[in-house]
Design a protein around this ligand. Structure first.
Ligand code: MN
Ligand code: MN
Length: 298
């Protein structure tokens, strides 16, 4: 990997991990923390530390596995006993760090569930090097979580990362999948085990996170198209194909993105609820694969 690119990944990783640490501390040392405040503080802190926001801060509570980010008028507050997943993304020049942790607010009833996804991530990282097959990583994640008495979430995966691309072409399954990809030195991947008391699949809820569809690429160099699709043009200029929050679009006059979701120009990422209502825990790190192991950037 080019030394400058490597440095961007490392720097983005330091920003994201520091912001996540601070967000976890903020969530757990106060009562009734507003979710909107927590997300906005985390996103602002990424910029303060010299990064760019790679995606809206996800704050997913209890049976919500991922993709909740508060809307602009959100009144949700963290409650005693909540199991809260905080997922932070930072990038530098498009080189992304994606990292998540779970915190239980003021109680200790779910320590084992939280420990299961944490241990699964640790085991996954320790086996990752050039030549590792992603299905074998999934197998280790699944068995670690099963041995602790829980289920992984089968329909959520980790993913490879590329410049300005959060979910590139390789998935890292959270179970022993029948097919996988062999990792190569220089691959950048996010590994993110989810553990739950529930059945281990998800259903879709409302969407607060979106991204421009990559098929928009063909319109980008067409001036008249950029004009007639000003919302899409503005989104491209600000976020390219990285995810954005509806609440970030306040400044844009035409913020009615639902029509573009209907036409497919914008992709919606709905909130993912565990299908049986089981509480979910998650940990995530971004790593760069090398010959002897991997560098954890976050
Ligand atoms: Mn993440
Ligand atoms: Mn991820």
């Amino acid at each position: 990997m080019d030394a400058n690119i490597l440095q961007c990944y490392i720097d983005a990783g330091q920003v994201a991990s520091q912001v996540l640490r601070e967000a976890v501390k903020y969530a757990s040392h106060k009562v009734d923390v507003p979710v909107l405040e927590l997300a906005q503080i985390a996103e602002a802190r990424i910029i303060e530390l010299g990064g760019q926001v790679a995606f809206p801060c996800n704050i997913s509570i209890n049976e919500i596995a991922s993709h909740y980010t508060p809307p602009v008028n959100d009144s949700l507050k963290l409650q005693k006993g909540d199991v809260v997943k905080i997922d932070v993304g930072a990038h530098i020049d498009g080189y992304i760090a994606d990292t998540a942790a779970t915190v239980e607010i003021s109680t200790n009833k779910h320590t084992k569930l939280i420990g299961a996804s944490k241990k699964a991530l640790r085991n996954a990282i320790s086996m990752t090097c050039a030549g590792t097959n992603t299905k074998d990583i999934g197998k280790v994640i699944e068995s670690t979580i099963n041995e602790m008495g829980f289920s992984p979430i089968y329909d959520l995966t980790g993913h490879s990362l590329k410049q300005y691309s959060l979910h590139a072409n390789v998935n890292i399954p959270n179970y022993a999948a029948s097919f996988g990809n062999t990792l190569l030195a220089g691959n950048v991947i996010a590994i993110e085990p989810f553990a739950t008391y529930g059945k281990g699949t998800t259903r879709n809820g409302d969407a607060y996170i979106f991204s421009l569809n990559k098929r928009f690429e063909k319109h980008i160099h067409n001036e008249s198209n950029m004009h007639s699709k000003s919302l899409l043009g503005d989104i491209y200029k600000q976020y390219r194909y990285l995810p954005f929050a509806r609440r970030w679009l306040e400044d844009i006059v035409d913020s009615n993105i639902d029509n573009y979701v209907a036409t497919g120009d914008i992709i919606a990422y709905p909130v993912l609820h565990e299908i049986s209502g089981g509480i979910v825990s998650q940990f995530e790190h971004t790593v760069i694969v090398d010959e002897s192991g991997c560098i954890v950037t976050t």
